[in-house]
Design a protein around this ligand. Structure first.
Ligand code: SF4
Length: 544
């Protein structure tokens, strides 16, 4: 279906928009084989950003010509052949590094343009793709990692996610959106795919229609993080499972044709939604879809933040899924191969990625669970991790990311390990670290969000890595973003400051009180005072 790019005559559109008018992002797929033969130096610089449409970013420093590659994994669900293929790519081309992202995808690093055709071929053989993993296009569709096996799901979303994913894959009608576009489709009643922070999110709902109870979805629109975060708002619509594709196409068309294309910082769907409001947005959706019922009953009951540690019964009797911790979402290729072997031996070979950067191995029969847990790999990839390492999330950071101000993954891992030795607390505290104001590590929904900045050290007067602390984020009860406490903390003092801050939480909290409830009970002003005192007491030279 051809469509008119009505913005083509607007001379205020940003430079990326101008480039997208010259060359559609998906065209890079045709050019990659030629560039693989002629080498990195033959790629015109203005085409570098277009590689995103093929899931490829140049890692820092760009001039060295190494790529990061992101692979789409709808709902995070991988079969055995796919896991082995991904591990093989990491081993053969990516220096053995295998990263699980907060959108259930997998990322590789250190790829050269010469490697890409073979990698694409390997992915194609097992039904995987990088198309749309990055760029101004429909990104990896996130969903319930337990789809089909979940005692907490209203319905199995696997076929719906597949249908929507295939609709948008390599689809030139939707390859030129104003900005990145994130879709979530989940019927997990504990909001395992973080609905409210997506551009579009389908969440479980029921409605009585003609005397019959129908299972389906509500739809939330306009969520997103980054420096101006918004929580998605629910439209007054009820969507039957067979209508999810139609509604997604309608919303994506609205974004493409009415979304903003001038300032790059104001192009996400959240800004259009904020200007229009849910009522106007709903009316526009109905123009495309035809009549839809109004809202039914919301079936979201809680938020589990994408954590599933331990052994749990599936909805299929006699089978279990095992939730595992992957510290900071990073595995080696050998570890992935070993997990694939274990999953194939005791389960059906599947591995499922969670939004918490962790894994699930499904389909383990009752009588195999104990033997499976004896496997050596589970000493590091634990079913019962310590509290801080188990609930720490980190973005890629300066190791590979061009936008990063500071290193994150290794730093977050060390801090979490330190806190596990120093602070014993009865509830998990979710700490997320990001290397810049963007939100690949979803800092805004963390109990404690740590955002990297640069500051002049008061001790050495040199520019050093530092962090700002944000407290009290959640997606429970509709969601709330965390709030910044004043003060910049030199990274070398960060572990000690966090330790004291968390010891205060431990001493002042009520039994079983969550960090989020604690923040609400004592208030951000009180926590600011606590942080100020910690900085004054321990870091008199660096307190700001
Ligand atoms: Fe890079 Fe910032 Fe994303 Fe971290 S949050 S990976 S530093 S863009």
């Amino acid at each position: 279906m051809a469509y008119e790019k009505h913005w083509a005559n607007n001379d205020k559109i940003n430079a990326t928009e101008k480039q997208k008018l010259k060359m559609d992002g998906l065209e890079i797929f045709q050019k990659i084989p030629e560039y693989a033969r002629s080498g990195f130096a033959s790629i015109p610089k203005e085409e570098w950003p277009m590689f995103k449409w093929a899931g490829l970013y140049l890692q820092r420093p760009r001039e060295e010509g190494y790529f990061m590659m992101r692979v789409c994994i709808p709902s995070g669900i991988l079969n055995y052949d796919q896991v082995v293929t991904l591990a093989g790519i990491a081993r053969d081309y990516g220096r053995g590094i295998y990263d699980i992202t907060t959108r259930q995808a997998v990322q590789f690093h250190w790829l050269r343009i010469e490697d890409i055709p073979d990698i694409f071929e390997r992915l194609k053989r097992v039904g995987l793709s990088t198309a749309g993993a990055c760029g101004d296009i429909t990104r990896n569709i996130v969903g319930n990692p337990l789809a089909g096996i979940d005692p907490d799901e209203l319905l199995d979303t696997t076929p719906i996610v597949r249908e929507v994913y295939e609709t948008f894959q390599h689809n030139p009608d939707f390859s030129n959106l104003p900005r990145k576009y994130k879709v979530s489709i989940s019927a997990n009643q504990k909001n395992a795919s973080n609905a409210e922070i997506n551009c579009v999110a389908f969440t479980p709902a029921v409605k009585t229609i003609d005397g019959e109870e129908v299972k389906g979805f509500h739809v939330k629109v306009g969520g997103g993080l980054s420096s101006r975060p918004y929580l998605a708002e629910t439209l007054d619509l009820f969507i039957r499972p067979e209508e999810v594709k139609k509604v997604t196409v309608a919303i994506t068309t609205i974004f493409r044709d009415y979304g903003y294309r001038e300032k790059r910082t104001r192009n996400r769907l959240k800004f259009l939604m904020a200007d229009w409001g849910p009522e106007r947005f709903k009316e526009k959706v109905l123009e495309y879809t035809g009549p839809l019922p109004t809202k039914g009953t919301d079936m979201l009951t809680d938020w589990n933040a994408g954590y599933f540690y331990g052994v749990h019964p599936q909805k299929q009797e006699g089978l279990n899924y095992i939730g595992l911790n992957v510290p900071m979402g990073r595995l080696t290729a050998d570890e992935v191969l070993e997990l694939a072997r274990v999953s194939n031996k005791y389960g059906n070979g599947e591995i499922r990625n969670c939004s918490s950067q962790n894994l699930v191995i499904p389909h383990v029969p009752d009588d195999q669970v104990e033997t499976l847990l004896q496997e050596e790999i589970f000493k590091r990839i634990s079913v019962d991790p310590p509290k801080f390492i188990g609930y720490a999330v980190s973005c890629t950071g300066i190791e590979y990311c061009n936008l990063a101000l500071v290193e994150t993954k290794e730093r977050m891992r060390k801090i979490a390990e330190f806190l596990d030795k120093q602070v014993e607390v009865d509830v998990p505290v979710r700490i997320h670290m990001v290397g810049c104001p963007n939100s690949c590590g979803q800092r805004q929904i963390a109990d404690i969000g740590l955002q990297g900045i640069k500051m002049k050290s008061k001790e050495t007067k040199e520019l050093v890595d530092a962090f700002e602390i944000h407290v009290g984020g959640t997606l429970k009860q509709g969601g709330e973003f965390n709030r910044k406490l004043k003060g910049k903390i030199d990274s070398q003092h960060l572990p000690a400051v966090l330790k004291q801050f968390l010891l205060h939480f431990k001493e002042q909290k009520q039994p079983e009180e969550s960090f989020h409830s604690f923040v609400h009970r004592v208030g951000v002003d009180k926590l600011q005072q606590v942080l100020d005192e910690i900085l004054e007491r321990t870091l008199p030279k660096v307190a700001s």
